[in-house]
Design a protein around this ligand. Structure first.
Ligand SMILES: [Zn+2]
Length: 120
């Protein structure tokens, strides 16, 4: 027998899972965009060099996308913006936009809002 509380928890949990997947995808897109742009200092090719975050208990977010310039004399790091590793305030703003994106679909305005919230 299902009670109301159990059902609510289940729905919330499902929504969380979808949100996590969406956040993951947004970060992957930002990372890919950064990689394609190359090194902002010398224009060199970027190699993956993800940060190991090592938090316990998160939804498998143990690392953050990051890149390292492949040129010997540069080797600078470039870390693309992340919706998963934000300050609380910005995170709350992004989640609001992302949730409406999940419900109503992606459009130019929502992409613009997300970018604005991430400061790009
Ligand atoms: Zn470089």
């Amino acid at each position: 027998m299902e009670n109301h509380t159990g059902e609510t928890w289940c729905q919330k949990h499902l929504a969380d899972q979808q949100l996590f997947q969406l956040l993951e995808k947004v970060d992957a897109d930002f990372a890919e965009e950064a990689r394609q742009q190359g090194c902002p200092f010398c224009g060199g090719k970027l190699h993956r060099a993800d940060y190991d975050r090592k938090p316990r208990g998160g939804p498998q977010w143990d690392w953050r996308y990051s890149f390292c310039c492949a040129k010997e004399d540069c080797r600078r790091r470039r870390t693309p913006p992340s919706v998963r590793f934000l300050g609380r305030k910005v995170y709350a703003g992004v989640v609001v936009v992302l949730v409406s994106t999940m419900v109503h679909g992606l459009n130019e305005e929502r992409v613009r809002r997300i970018r604005q919230l991430l400061g790009r």
